[in-house]
Design a protein around this ligand. Structure first.
Ligand code: AGP
Length: 608
């Protein structure tokens, strides 16, 4: 996700900003920029591409003299990567400069208001709204303008702000997206994350939600959204730089597992308005949605697994027939597509070769192609007829977790939108679905609290040779993902099986001590799957059951049971997958595997 830095002190700001941004490169970005006040005005330089481009453009900062500035590395969410969409963003008179990490959920409404008052926008970003809104509220009191903006915007934001009319002060604001203040001999700094300031100081202040830091070269004050001054204690950071890049987690994968509540909330919240699903980027009229005869979901790996789940949800809620296929099969089997078929391509990277080829083939065959993608401006995002972005932020670990969870949510929203338009779900049911959906982030948070218990169980199976995951319906789809997670990071052989299919051969592999992970989150299939659990148990299997809170009956047939909070039957994958991710992570850790970069794998398979 985006990276923010800021500096005010006795040294030239630009080189310090560039150095700080280089320490945030691990967060993933597609463009970068800095703005520095030179004693008369704010000068800015920004460009699409790597930080190297910006360093060359500014001669390592020499072209931007001054001792107060802000900098940014952008991970695009609204508006493709480009020079003009890069941060910082100015107001029209260039007297205010802003850098932002997060998502302004109501930016379209505010943009329309400001345009109505004559403001001119130059970029496609949500962030530019903040620069103009500060301008709109500024009347000589920067803190007042900042708090007014905070009361007006909805969403997540970490902001660094420069006011040309207050050149001895740097403003930092935080709501949901992290931001810290570093106090050093050379001056004071702000940053999205600790690695950017460690070169100058280990004493940082963590800005909390809806707080503002007012920073001068030798002092700093903190205020809440009501302009009441706060007292804050600094924290001494013990981490080394590498640990700091992972936010103190041992691996990026674990950090990203723990980022899932935010990834889900960021993907979900901007698309729920007054109890309805709003997917503006869908670019489909109600008539076009009603005319869909079939949905063909095409993807690879974990993205494909979300498609298997989505089949049950689209068919269950919007009653549209769905077919799901892996892209490497789909592209060579001469599929039957027509203008009544909506092809849905799912991809975190947006660069997977087979998925991109499937997209191109579907378009040639006359189908409308919709994509669910995490990387803004990627090939699949650009070539699809329309794209729904998951806002999980950059995913560094090869094994996907937060992007997978965000893709599931995108499917839920789409299925609910289609059901809303096609009238296959009444208002009362839609209200319940929306309420259940809104609870998912906090329920994931709760499940993440089970880490120690799952680690203890996982440690017992570090030497496992074969692990089976079984389930029916959506539980089968969850099994697919649980099995892949285990295989790809621990190198233990595993298979996912439709629970009712075991007896047709594979059950012959079950012997004393074979670990079977049973998914039982679909109430109407619970008893059927219990009978499959009994079948494997009587053949000596060790059973780990994952089921809904309250289903304690399963304990008599299980060696270990993990309960997930109650949610709508269509959403259980979002919860059940959490313990399975942690289970795989701790087994891989126990086996000494390279969790973030497993052997033979790449984060994006851009070749066939
Ligand atoms: C999942 O953990 C793997 N990283 C892999 O299966 C991945 O989901 C697959 O390669 C698809 O990648 P994409 O989502 O970027 O298209």
């Amino acid at each position: 996700m985006c990276g923010i830095v800021g500096y005010i002190g006795k040294k030239q700001a630009a080189p310090i900003l560039l150095d700080g941004l280089s320490k945030l490169e691990y967060r993933g970005y597609d463009s970068a920029g800095i703005a520095v006040y030179n004693g008369e005005k704010i000068n800015m330089s920004k460009a699409k591409g790597r930080l190297k481009v910006l360093s060359e453009l500014t001669h390592d900062g020499a072209t931007l003299p001054g001792m107060i500035g802000i900098g940014h590395t952008r991970w695009a969410t609204h508006g493709a990567p480009s020079d003009v969409n890069s941060h910082p963003h100015f107001n029209e008179t260039k007297s205010i400069a802003v850098v932002h990490n997060g998502i302004i959920e109501n930016y379209i409404k505010i943009k329309k208001m400001l345009e109505g008052k004559g403001y001119k926008f130059v970029s496609e970003t949500d962030t530019e709204v903040i620069a103009h809104l500060l301008d709109y509220y500024y009347n000589g009191n920067a803190l007042e303008a900042v708090t007014k903006v905070m009361h007006r915007v909805e969403g997540s934001y970490a902001l660094g702000i420069l006011f040309a009319e207050e050149p001895d002060t740097l403003y930092a604001v935080r709501k949901d997206s992290p931001l810290i203040v570093g106090k050093s001999e050379e001056g004071n700094l702000i940053a999205s994350d600790v690695p950017a300031v460690l070169k100058y100081t280990r004493d940082v202040y963590f800005i909390d939600n809806e707080e503002i830091a007012v920073i001068k070269e030798d002092s700093m004050k903190f205020f809440n959204i009501y302009e009441e001054e706060l007292t804050k204690e600094s924290t001494h950071i013990e981490w080394d730089v590498e640990a700091a890049e992972k936010g103190g987690y041992e691996h990026f994968m674990l950090k990203e597992v723990y980022e899932q509540p935010k990834a889900v909330a960021d993907t979900l919240n901007p698309r729920l308005k007054d109890g309805k699903v709003v997917v503006e980027e869908l670019n489909m009229t109600d008539e076009e949605i009603k005319a869909i005869k079939k949905i063909m979901i095409v993807a690879c790996g974990s993205a494909y697994h979300t498609g298997v789940t989505a089949k049950y949800i689209f068919e269950g809620l919007s009653r549209i027939p769905v077919e799901v296929d892996v892209a490497s099969e789909f592209r060579y089997r001469n599929p039957i597509l027509d203008e009544g078929t909506l092809v849905l391509i799912i991809s975190q990277s947006g660069e997977t070769a087979d998925s991109l080829a499937a997209l191109r083939m579907a378009k040639e065959m006359g189908s409308k192609v919709l994509a669910i993608v995490n990387v803004v401006g990627s090939s699949i995002a650009r070539e699809a007829d329309s794209v729904i972005y998951t806002w999980a932020g950059p995913e560094i670990a090869v094994a996907t977790t937060k992007a997978y969870s965000a893709q599931l949510v995108a499917h839920y929203l789409l299925a609910m939108k289609f059901a809303q338009v096609r009238g296959t779900v009444d208002d009362a049911e839609m209200e319940t679905l929306v309420a259940d959906l809104k609870r998912i982030p906090e329920q994931i948070e709760m499940l993440l609290g089970n880490r120690e218990k799952i680690q203890k169980f996982a440690n017992r199976y570090v030497a496992a040779k074969d692990v089976f995951f079984i389930g029916r319906g959506i539980d089968y789809a969850i099994s697919l993902e649980g099995s892949l997670k285990l295989k790809e990071i621990s190198y233990i052989h595993s298979e996912a099986y439709a629970a009712g299919e075991l007896k047709h051969g594979t059950i012959s592999l079950i012997e004393d001590g074979t670990l079977v992970v049973a998914l039982l989150t679909q109430d109407e299939l619970f008893k059927k799957t219990v009978s499959n659990v009994v079948e494997v148990k009587t053949r000596g299997a060790v059973v780990l059951s994952v089921t809904n809170a309250g289903n304690t009956d399963i304990e008599k047939n299980s060696d270990y049971t993990i309960y997930i909070p109650k949610t709508n039957k269509y959403f259980t994958n979002s919860l059940a997958v959490i313990p399975l991710q942690l289970f795989s992570y701790y087994i891989a850790l126990g086996r000494g595997c390279d969790v973030d970069k497993p052997r033979n794998l790449a984060k994006s398979v851009t070749v066939e």
